[in-house]
Design a protein around this ligand. Structure first.
Ligand code: HEC
Ligand code: HEC
Length: 342
């Protein structure tokens, strides 16, 4: 009797280890991954038309605080790309020029131009359309109108000269359209390179055994039904809470854009490139940790309760998606509450 219980106990304990099937071999794992995920291309759509004068002007505008009403904010205030940061501010929601917070987490600008649309709800169809928003948004950079932003740029003769060089065929080049065009051109240079792509391109040792197991889990559990393509996301809109409802139903998502009831709680599937650098997670920044985000995703979207081993393997894989050379000090990820999912 006692030995029977012991045997049973051992069998139960052993289950989690056996449910994680081992990838047969590295080549087969790569082949399986490549059916759903491809390396990030070398160039963003539209970049063929950008000149280096436009990207250089766009870079300066991206860091330009004079584009906010009180001179306190630039794009880089909420999308930090310098000092090896991941294109976000690592806050649940972002304080604007006058300290008021918007309702959504700031997504990364890295690789953004590869996506089907911009914003969590996809309301801007291009980087150009997106760039015009924050400058005039009252809780972001809070400029009263485009004319005021342009007047500040025109007062600076270096800007006047650089707009002329960037848009040589325009009689009056300092326009709001050209400002957005230049910022977008700069954003199209923000392409990241990671170890996972090295693996996809044939580097067997680019991922550790742990990370390869995590990739296998990611593919097997079904995360790739939504997170696929070169950005491992960014190419579709899906409801948050397909099999179990999300605990926060305040933000109705894409329905505000399309007015279509089927789009209630629908959000853009975020790219998972650089995900370890861009916490807190979800449109409302509700999770500060990647592990709880992964556990939630499996439960909300796939109706699965992952073991803690599965979660840590997937997190290990997600850590291989960070741009080489970029790193976010953990201490800078502020706020975000623990979700308490089962
Ligand atoms: C006060 C903080 C703040 C400032 C300043 C700001 N942004 Fe954002 N940005 C956000 C937030 C928050 C979102 C998400 C809003 C949403 O989805 O409704 C966002 C979204 C974006 C996106 C879409 C990314 C994606 O994956 O959907 C891009 C691109 C972007 N911002 C670029 C810029 C540029 C360029 C500037 C400067 C002209 C700028 N932002 C200024 C906070 C900010
Ligand atoms: C049915 C589609 C679907 C499936 C399946 C899915 N996701 Fe997601 N994922 C989404 C959507 C939509 C969001 C955006 C949630 C939001 O708006 O708050 C998201 C968000 C995330 C985020 C946070 C991204 C960010 O920038 O905040 C992570 C991490 C993530 N998913 C990982 C996973 C993992 C790991 C799996 C598999 C266990 C998975 N997802 C399965 C659709 C899906």
């Amino acid at each position: 009797m006692i030995s029977k219980i012991l045997t049973l106990g051992v069998a139960v304990l052993a289950v989690p280890y056996f449910t994680i099937a081992q990838p047969a071999d590295v080549g087969a794992l790569r082949k399986k991954a490549l059916e759903l995920i491809t390396p990030i291309p070398d160039r963003m759509p539209g970049a063929e038309k950008d000149t280096h004068h436009q990207t250089a002007l766009g870079k300066r505008l991206f860091f330009e605080k004079r584009l906010s009403m009180n001179g306190s904010q630039s794009c880089n205030s909420c999308h930090l790309i310098d000092n090896g940061r991941g294109g976000v501010d690592n806050q649940p929601t972002s304080p604007g020029a006058f300290g008021k917070r918007g309702g959504r987490n700031s997504p990364t600008v890295l690789n953004a131009g590869f996506q089907i649309a911009q914003f969590w709800d996809g309301r801007a169809e291009s980087l150009e359309a997106q760039a015009k928003g924050p400058i005039l948004n009252p809780i972001e950079m809070a400029m009263p109108n485009p004319a005021e932003a342009l007047a500040r740029l025109k007062a600076d003769e270096v800007y006047v000269r650089d707009f002329k060089t960037a848009f040589p065929s325009d009689a009056d080049p300092v326009t709001y359209d050209n400002l957005a065009r230049a910022i977008a051109a700069f954003e199209r240079t923000l392409i990241t390179r990671d170890r996972f792509d090295d693996f996809l391109k044939g580097g067997d040792q680019a991922l550790s055994e742990q990370e390869r197991k995590g990739l296998h889990e990611f593919l097997t559990v079904g995360c790739t039904t939504c997170h696929n393509g070169p950005l491992i996301g960014g190419n579709a809109f899906k409801r948050l809470g397909i099999l179990n409802p999300s605990p926060n139903l305040t933000d109705k998502g894409r329905i505000e854009v399309t007015k279509d009831e089927a789009d209630e709680f629908v959000f853009k599937v975020p790219s998972l490139r650089n995900i370890a650098l861009t916490g807190p997670y979800f449109h409302d920044g509700q999770h500060s940790q990647l592990a709880e985000t992964v556990r939630d995703m499996a439960w909300l979207q796939l109706g699965q309760k992952l073991s803690s081993e599965q979660v840590s393997l997937i997190v290990a894989f997600l850590n291989s998606l960070s741009d080489k050379g970029r790193k976010v000090p953990q201490a800078s990820v502020t706020g975000g509450t623990s979700g308490g999912m089962p």
